[in-house]
Each structure stands twice: as structure tokens, then as C-alpha cells.
Design a protein around this ligand. Structure first.
Ligand code: NAD
Ligand code: UFG
Length: 352
């Protein structure tokens, strides 16, 4: 029996594949490399010393998906594949709705045709929109504020409807907070295309000399130092959370949402300090206007995942920064080892 991992070449998927292979699961990965590189699959093999079947198939290609289910005995699916950039989703909403929603509908239809009804889905804390209070628990009203977030919220609703139409389904909706960090080997990590949107890859690219300085988006939020607060979670803790959720969906029926976070919030300035400490590098930064659409303070109440999945995040902020730094320093150009790039003081990448 095998597990199908959609988006397994990506950041969170690759770390989860390592944990699954190390735990003895037989996996099949599908990815179209729209936001990842084939090299990440080689690295998964290198870390684990194990092999797996890979399909370069787009979830929009339903026939391609069907052949995966014909050729493999799939017992359950972990569904990471999706586009994830908030800003891009505002500019290209149709691309996001098509890729994320139609991709998921195709996947569920093929699963249903093959009698596979166990699913772990990558949702996001973004479904909560701007919460009235923190910590955020799963019962909070949902209200995503951008097309990307709405794809996640809509998919959650679709999957709930699916369970209500057929109680044989078992679905875990995992609402990730802010995944950062990398595998201890320094062989896999987050490899964003172009200029990173997210804080941690930006900080680490400044530290390694690829970017000139960090813009801190706003210092007037109601936090300790006025900068935005998030619940950063080590990607390996997140990966382990998927294995716990998988066990739950294999043992029970139902549809349930779980926050995967630490329950602790750190501000942007605190993240910079932590990163400077572990890397020994100065992170030049300047305060600029808040990023449109950003929320001030966001952290999880992770108690439901602890009680129902037996999962807790163990890795602290220092380890998250150390592991991010190891990945960054070992792979300054991500998986493109031989790329010869440098950065000007306007954050423009130039080939040298
Ligand atoms: P990622 O972009 O690194 O990985 C997603 C993978 O899916 C990529 O390898 C991409 O090539 C693949 N993919 C996308 N569309 C596809 C399609 N139509 N067919 C086949 N493959 C496709 O992203 P990630 O950070 O690993 O995130 C994984 C999931 O978790 C995503 O669904 C994302 O929305 C969600 N999530 C991520 C974060 C975060 O901050 N990283 C936070 C909350 C939720
Ligand atoms: N920030 C900066 N400068 C930057 C980037 C970010 O100051 O260059 C600040 C933001 O304003 C925010 C914090 O750093 O206060 C974290 O920002 P990220 O962009 O890293 O993360 P977000 O919480 O905004 O969003 C991320 C993902 C979403 C996901 C959400 C919850 O981008 O897709 O986490 O999981 F939905």
C-alpha cells in the first residue's frame, strides 16, 4: 500500500517525504515543478537512502492523475500541491482558482473513483483572515482576505461537503501557521523563485549577501516592539504533524481542522535578532510602510492537535534559525547550484 504525495518536490512536501520514508512508508510523489526543482527529489533520496516513484504530472491533467492511481495501490493522499503566493494571487486570481480548486476537484474525483477516501490537506492560517483575538483556535470564524486564502477556505468547504455526502471519507485540514527552517542535513530547504515574499527567506538571503537589506513592514502594530507577530513553526515539526494526521485519517472517519503552530508569537525585530545571533551576520533593515493586507498579530492555539493527534511542535526559534541558515549557506542559490547570481543594492538580481 502506498501514499500519494502531491507537491512532494516543494518545501513542506519534501520535508514530509523525508519523514515518511524514514518512518518506513511507501510513497509516490506527483509534482509539475511549477514551483520546485527536480533536484529536491535527488536530495530526498540522498538524505533517506530510499527510493520512490515520481510522476511529473499536473493535477489539472485528470487522465495523468488517473494513470497514477491505476499503476499504484494508493491508500491515502497528502495534498500539498498548490500555488501559494498571496500577492501573485491578487494579480492572477483565475490562475489560483484554476490551479488550486480544479486541481483539488480532479484529485478528489479520481480518489473517489478508486475508492481512496483518506486525505490530509495543506490548509493555512490565512483562512482566519484578520482574527478578533489571539491565540486563534479552530472554532474562529473564517474570513480569508485574498484569492489565495479564499482557495484554501473554499477547498476546506468542498472537502467538508464531500464528507457530508459520504461519511466514508476521512479528511484532516491542516492549518499551518508560518513554516520556516530546514532539514538538519542542510540538503533540503525553502527555495523561493525570485525575490522572496516571506520574512525568513528574505532575512537569510540578506545574511548570505544576496540581498542588500530587509524592509520591515510597519512598526505600529499593537505588539511588544510594534512590528508584526507570527507563529513560526519548524518545517520538520510540521512534517511530523502530517504523519500524526495521517494515522488519524487511517483510523477514523470524519473531517476535522487542526492548527499546526507552536502557540508562541515572535515579532519581525525578534526574528532579525535571533537570526543575527545564530548566523553571526548583521541584517541591515529599515522600517517601511505596512504591507497592504497584512495583519498585526497571529499565533495559534495548538491544543486541539495535541489532544486529538498527539502532536506538539518541539523545535524552538533558535533551531529554526540555525537550520534555515545551514540550508542557506550550503545552497546560496537554492537548488540551482551553479547559478552565478549577485544582488545590487536595489534588490535586483544580476548574472555575473
Ligand atoms: P511549494 O510551492 O514549495 O510546494 C508546492 C508544490 O506543489 C510545488 O512543488 C509545485 O511545483 C507543486 N504544484 C503546484 N501546483 C501543482 C499542480 N497543479 N500539479 C502538480 N504539482 C503542483 O509550497 P510549500 O511551502 O511546500 O506549501 C505546500 C502547501 O502548503 C501549499 O498548498 C501551500 O499553499 C500550503 N501552505 C504553505 C505555507 C507556507 O508558508 N509555506 C503556509 C500555509 C499553507
Ligand atoms: N515581513 C517584513 N518584511 C518582509 C517580509 C515579511 O517585515 O520582507 C513581515 C510581515 O509584515 C509579517 C511577518 O514578516 O509581519 C511575516 O510575513 P510573511 O510574509 O513571512 O508571512 P505571512 O504571515 O504574511 O504569510 C505567510 C504565508 C501565507 C500564509 C500565512 C499563514 O505567506 O501564505 O503565512 O500560514 F497563509
Amino acid at each position: 500500500m502506498g501514499l500519494l504525495i502531491t507537491g512532494g518536490a516543494g518545501y513542506i512536501g519534501s520535508h514530509t517525504c523525508v519523514e515518511l520514508l524514514n518512518a518506513g512508508y511507501h510513497i509516490v510523489i506527483v509534482d509539475n515543478f511549477s514551483n520546485s526543482k527536480p533536484e529536491s527529489l535527488n536530495r530526498i533520496r540522498r538524505i533517506t537512502g530510499k527510493d520512490f516513484t515520481f510522476y511529473n504530472v499536473d493535477l489539472l491533467d485528470k487522465d495523468g492523475l488517473e494513470s497514477i492511481f491505476y499503476e499504484n495501490e494508493i491508500e491515502a493522499v497528502m495534498h500539498f500541491a498548490g500555488l501559494k503566493s498571496v500577492g501573485e494571487s491578487v494579480a492572477l486570481p483565475l490562475r489560483y482558482y484554476l490551479n488550486n480548486i480544479t486541481g483539488t476537484l480532479n484529485l478528489c474525483e479520481v480518489m473517489k473513483e478508486h475508492g481512496v477516501k483518506q486525505l490530509v490537506f495543506s490548509s493555512s492560517a490565512t483562512v482566519y483572515g484578520n482574527p478578533d483575538s489571539v491565540p486563534i483556535d479552530e472554532g474562529f470564524t473564517l474570513g480569508a482576505t485574498n484569492p489565495y486564502g479564499r482557495t484554501k477556505q473554499m477547498i476546506e468547504e468542498i472537502l467538508s461537503d464531500l464528507f457530508h455526502s459520504d461519511n466514508e471519507w476521512s479528511i484532516a485540514l491542516l492549518r499551518y501557521f508560518n513554516p520556516i527552517g530546514a532539514h538538519k542535513s542542510g540538503l533540503i530547504g525553502e527555495d523561493p523563485n525570485g525575490i522572496p515574499n516571506n520574512l525568513m527567506p528574505f532575512i537569510s538571503q540578506v545574511a548570505v549577501g544576496k540581498r542588500y537589506e530587509l524592509n520591515v513592514f510597519g512598526d505600529n502594530y499593537p505588539s511588544r516592539d510594534g512590528t508584526g507577530v507570527r507563529d513560526y513553526i519548524h518545517v520538520v515539526d510540521l512534517a511530523i504533524g502530517h504523519i500524526k494526521a495521517l494515522k488519524k485519517v487511517l483510523e477514523t472517519k470524519g473531517v476535522d481542522a487542526y492548527n499546526l503552530g507552536t502557540g508562541i508569537g515572535y515579532s519581525v525585530l525578534e526574528m532579525i535578532k535571533n537570526f543575527e545571533k545564530v548566523s553571526g551576520r548583521k541584517i541591515p533593515c529599515k522600517i517601511v510602510d505596512p504591507r497592504p493586507g497584512d495583519i498585526g498579530i497571529c499565533y495559534a492555539n495548538p491544543v486541539k492537535a495535541k489532544e486529538e493527534l498527539g502532536w506538539i511542535a518541539y523545535r524552538g526559534i533558535e533551531e529554526m534559525c540555525e537550520d534555515t541558515w545551514r540550508w542557506q549557506i550550503n545552497n546560496p542559490n537554492g537548488y540551482e547550484e551553479h547559478a552565478n547570481l549577485t544582488i545590487t543594492n536595489n534588490n535586483i538580481i544580476q548574472e555575473v
